[in-house]
Write a protein that binds this ligand. Structure first.
Ligand SMILES: Cc1cc2nc3c(=O)[nH]c(=O)nc-3n(C[C@H](O)[C@H](O)[C@H](O)COP(=O)(O)O)c2cc1C
Length: 235
């Protein structure tokens, strides 16, 4: 279960809202647990609007644990439903890692992962001293190559570093298939361009792809030409 829809409980208020949240979520977890063999995990925040006390958070987590949740991923911000939209809710409520640390210390038997605001491998490794896991959202999406040594640094698995051009070449058959099924190149390129950053003329490279792709003028030959230029620069 994830926390994508922040609006679900908008129409109820106060204690009633907290109770519905706990019992409703517990019922979902129980049902998932009884009907599948996969681990059931939950992602949640540290509070909602004024319902942000540690007691309530801890209570929520214990109820959900009793319902059978195997792992908790806690976004270390509260959600502000009154006044902030989902995008603003990812940046404006302040991060509070200490409250999640307290949650883990109070429930050492539970698997508790931290989420929110972590931007690189070193920060994540440090967070693993306090938590059972780390979930990364925006940084891995926006800066995928920044994380290329993660298997080595966390799992000690030696993987050969793949350059941006190598990764893009490997995506060509997938892009061709998507285009021949009537898909748009931008569906893929808007993500792919994040591979090219922190190198000379990266912005120009990304703009060249974006401009053509958004106008539906990008073909495979053009993508290959620009990717070869990247490769020749050593990226
Ligand atoms: C591309 C992308 C997809 C995401 N998909 C989900 C999702 O399916 N379920 C979910 O609970 N959160 C999702 N999130 C939110 C993140 O898991 C995370 O809670 C949020 O971005 C805050 O963490 P961050 O500071 O590391 O980005 C997504 C975020 C990004 C950037």
């Amino acid at each position: 279960m994830g926390c994508r829809s922040l609006c679900t409980f908008k129409k109820t208020t106060g204690t009633a809202k907290a109770r519905i949240r706990e019992t409703g979520t517990a019922k979902c977890i129980e049902s998932l647990k009884n009907n599948c063999t996969l681990p059931v995990t939950i992602k949640h925040r540290i509070g909602v609007d004024n319902d942000d006390s540690f007691v309530n958070l801890n209570n929520f987590v214990r109820i959900i644990a009793n319902a059978g949740a195997d792992r908790f991923t806690v976004h270390a911000r509260k959600a502000i439903l009154k006044g902030l939209n989902p995008k603003q809710n990812r940046t404006i409520p302040p991060l509070n890692y200490d409250v999640v640390k307290k949650l883990k210390k109070s429930n050492p038997e539970l698997l508790i992962e931290i989420n929110g605001g972590l931007t690189n491998i070193d920060e994540s490794l440090k967070a693993l001293n306090d938590f059972d896991g780390v979930m990364i959202g925006r940084s891995i999406y926006k800066h995928p190559l920044r994380w290329s040594e993660i298997d080595q640094k966390i799992y000690r698995i030696n993987k050969k570093h793949k350059s941006a051009s190598k990764i893009i070449y490997s995506l060509i058959p997938y892009i061709e298939g998507h285009l021949s099924n009537g898909g748009k190149s931008w569906d893929i390129c808007k993500h792919l361009i994040n591979l090219v950053e922190g190198i000379p003329k990266a912005k120009i490279w990304r703009n060249q792809i974006s401009n053509k792709s958004i106008k539906k003028e990008l073909n495979i030959e053009y993508l290959l030409k620009l990717t070869t230029a990247l490769e020749e620069m050593g990226y």
